[in-house]
Every structure is written in C-alpha cells, then in structure tokens.
Design a protein around this ligand. Sequence first.
Ligand SMILES: Nc1ncnc2c1ncn2[C@@H]1O[C@H](COP(=O)(O)OP(=O)(O)OP(=O)(O)O)[C@@H](O)[C@H]1O
Ligand SMILES: [Mg+2]
Length: 343
Amino acid sequence: MITVKDLTRGYAHTVAVNQVSFSVAKGQIVGFLGPNGAGKTTTMRMLTCFLPPSSGTATVAGFDVLEQPLEVKKRIGYLPETPPIYPEMATVEYLRFVGSLKGLSGTDLDKRVDYVVGRCSVADVKKKLLGKLSKGYRQRVGLAQAIIHNPDVLILDEPTAGLDPKQINETRDLIKDLAGDHTIILSTHILPEVEQTCQQVIIINKGRVVATDSVENLQSRGRNAETMVLEVASRSGPLEVARIEQRLKQVAGVSRVSIKNKYDSRAVFETESLMGELKRGDLARVIVESGWDLNELRPASMSLEEIFLQLTGGDPAAQTAEAKPGAAAPGQGESSAAEEPHA
Ligand SMILES: Nc1ncnc2c1ncn2[C@@H]1O[C@H](COP(=O)(O)OP(=O)(O)OP(=O)(O)O)[C@@H](O)[C@H]1O
Ligand SMILES: [Mg+2]
C-alpha cells in the first residue's frame, strides 16, 4: 500500500530525512518511532504531498507523491502534528467543510459526517466551536476529518500527544479499530504506544531508519544471548533453591543461572545461554524429573525501551538538543497553511 524508497529531504543546515526506505502492507498499523527531531513529521509530510522530497520516491496505493499528488491525496487521511483548526467553525460545520473539499456532497456528505461523528465520539460537541474544544476533543475532530472521505491510508502524526490517560486509551482503541478498514502509519516517541497499537515498527533516528521489524521480533533482537525465566515450585515443603540452581547450571547450553525471587515453596530463576544453544525442553525436563513443579517457562523479553536505546545508541532525551539545533518548539515554525491537510 505504501512504498518508500531512498526518500531524502534536506533543509538549509540539516538533512532531516536521509535515504529512508520502507513499505507498509494493506491493513497494517505501523509505528513510526523516533526521538524528537528524528524526521518523523518530515517523512509524513512528504508522504502526504505537503513537502516535496529532495530525492527518492514514495508511492501510496501505486500513485507517486510527486507525479500524482491528487490521486495520493484522495487516498490519504492526514492528522498533522498540530490539528488543523478553524476556531470560529463548529464541529459539524467544519467536518462538512472538509468533506466537501474532499469531493463529497449531498446525502453522501450527510452520511459520512454522521458516520465520523459517531466513530470518533464527537456527538457531544457537534455544535461547539472548535476554538472552545478541549485538546482531546480537538484531536478527535482531527481524526474525524482525516477519515471523512474513507481513505485507504491514514497518516497520524503523534495522535495521542497531549492527551490525558483516559483519552490516550480511547484514541488508541479507535486507531486499532480503524485498522481493519485502513492502512495506518502513526508516529510517536512513546514506546508503549507502539507495543500496544502497532504490528510493525519503523525506528528512525537522525533521519535514518535504524530498524524495521515486527514488535515481537524487535524484542528478541539486538542480543545474541537468550534469557529464559523459570518459576519452580516444590510439591511439598520448602524449596531447595541451591539444588535447583545447581541442576540448571548442568543443562547443556546454560552459561549462567540467577535467582530472581524466592518464596517458601517456589522461586523464580533466570538462565542465560547463547542464542540457539539451549533446548527449552532440557530445562523443563531437568526440573520435572528432579521432582519439582515447573509453574512457568518463558523467554525474558527485552523492553522496547532497551531495544530503542541500543539501536539509537543513547538516551532519546539527550539527542533532542543535538538533533534540533536552534529548532523551534513543537508546533512553532510550521506555518498553519503548510500544515493544513486540505489547503
Ligand atoms: N521547516 C524546517 N526548516 C528547517 N529545518 C527543519 C524544518 N522542519 C524540520 N526541520 C528539521 O528537520 C529535522 C527533523 O524534524 P522533524 O520535525 O521531521 O522531526 P520529528 O521526528 O517529527 O520530531 P518531533 O518528535 O519533535 O516531532 C530536525 O532536525 C528539524 O530541526
Ligand atoms: Mg514531529
């Protein structure tokens, strides 16, 4: 559905996006993850035809962003970093306005407005002026305008930024719900957001893609050691922790054993081994054959945070200043006309 090849965009003193390539299959939710200044917004603006690439290509549903921008725009719904707002317009009036710009009219327009009002839960504020809406409702109206023309692709730039925890959950649920009908790219610098919402993740840092993978694969990547977590319990009486530790150390492939938690009749252990050196069945067998119970046996997954820091080589916060020398605060320095998705 989306194919990006060597996409590059420079500004006067910065290469904001540097030879970025990725593709997104139909119906997927992809997280575009990176620290401030990584190039997320710049990439999204190129995909939505608001910024021409310096070099490279991008196609959406088979249409080239440079050569067929009208076809691309028809198929894309865009929620910019700062949602487009006409403060003096009421919610429904605004949605009708965007719908008509997207070519809807008559009963089609009525139906789509009703549909997005329901889908994005803005019925309570139908007649309210946009300038008087809370941030959360403004974000919902932003999503509603993005889907009004039922586009194949949704590009959402930090859709949950600035929302309270309840609104964040509601927005994430809404996005997940929309994924069946639409292909979605959302940007974020919040790691759990990607874990909870997305199937695929593209990690970008300083304008370059540093990893593209499924969330699952990423978690088991970046390390050549494998850590297994085991909870062992005694069938009767106190647990002989030292004996278990000894037994686990004798399992082929295990290089280290540590005791993580100790209770009266159960304990949690971690074993380390080189990737591919250990047979999990051997761990299970040695516990059970020694007369203990194996309550749990699972690989310890690396948090996305650890992966991210490993791939980007440092603290995301520390990179902000470096990546954005003298850059404007979020939301500033981007003319509202340029951000406007249907200008
Ligand atoms: N209009 C502009 N003029 C000059 N430089 C710009 C402009 N817009 C962005 N940049 C620079 O391009 C780089 C990438 O910025 P971009 O806004 O794409 O990052 P981002 O990943 O969206 O960051 P954030 O998480 O802060 O939104 C930054 O170094 C930024 O300073
Ligand atoms: Mg941004």
